[in-house]
Design a protein around this ligand. Structure first.
Ligand code: ADP
Ligand code: ZN
Length: 209
């Protein structure tokens, strides 16, 4: 099955996608991760998108659509995938419909105060990408990832100014996708406020896994 994970920044789409990828037997495709890898590698794509992402704005549709279109030609995602962070605009959704047939959209629903609290405390491992949180899930030793020993940092776009911008962008450009997919009858809504394990259990029930 081909899934799109939709929701505001900080709703936990990425964390849930990592948890669900095995259960659904569907590879995790995250545009945010692809962009961050390009930035870390300082390749042409990374150089082009770094300032945009750090400011909490969206990368242009042309670049993003091209990237996903190419990724979805690979054999591992021929029959199934979880798209996390794409589409984020109506134009992206329409382009996607032209080159792939999605089966389900999961809408992760969480209010602003919850996502702001999550994003402002988020800590990311530079090496394995695991998401820690200053209060909800701190690593044993400050600054070091318990899972891999990697260095832990705060994403530039998790700083207050950029978080505010990302929420504005979400409301203006991404939230209209909720109606768009609801009309197509593809939508499953999930409450993204509980802890990760509870959300996984709820999703399993909803998807009859
Ligand atoms: P989050 O869901 O926590 O906001 P992501 O890791 O999905 O973060 O994305 C980080 C940033 O990467 C976004 O704020 C945006 O700048 C860029 N990005 C990711 N996906 C897209 C997309 N589909 N279209 C445009 N920009 C994107
Ligand atoms: Zn790590």
């Amino acid at each position: 099955m081909k899934f799109v994970f939709l929701g505001p920044p900080g709703a936990g789409k990425g964390t849930l996608a990592v948890r669900m990828t095995e259960l659904l037997n569907a590879p995790h495709v995250s545009t945010g991760n692809i962009f961050r890898e390009a930035i870390a590698a300082a390749n042409p794509l990374g150089l082009k998108v770094k300032a945009i992402i750090d400011a909490g704005k969206l990368v242009d549709d042309g670049t993003t659509i091209q990237l996903v279109r190419e990724r979805l030609t690979q054999s591992d995602v021929k029959d199934s995938y979880i798209l996390d962070g794409f589409p984020r605009t109506i134009a992206q959704a329409e382009a996607l419909a032209g080159f792939s047939n999605i089966d389900r959209v999961i809408n992760f629903d969480a209010p602003d105060d919850v996502v702001i609290e999550r994003l402002s405390g988020r800590l990311v491992c530079r090496k394995c990408g695991f998401n820690w949180h200053k209060t909800f899930n701190p690593p044993e030793k400050s600054g070091v990832c318990d899972k891999c020993g990697g260095e832990i940092y705060t994403r530039e776009d998790d700083k207050a100014e950029a978080v505010k911008k990302r929420l504005d962008v979400y409301r203006e450009q991404t939230a209209p996708l909720i109606e768009y997919y609801r009309k197509k009858d593809l939508m499953i809504d999930i409450d993204a406020r509980p802890d990760v394990d509870s959300i996984v259990e709820n999703l399993k029930k909803l998807l009859r896994l």
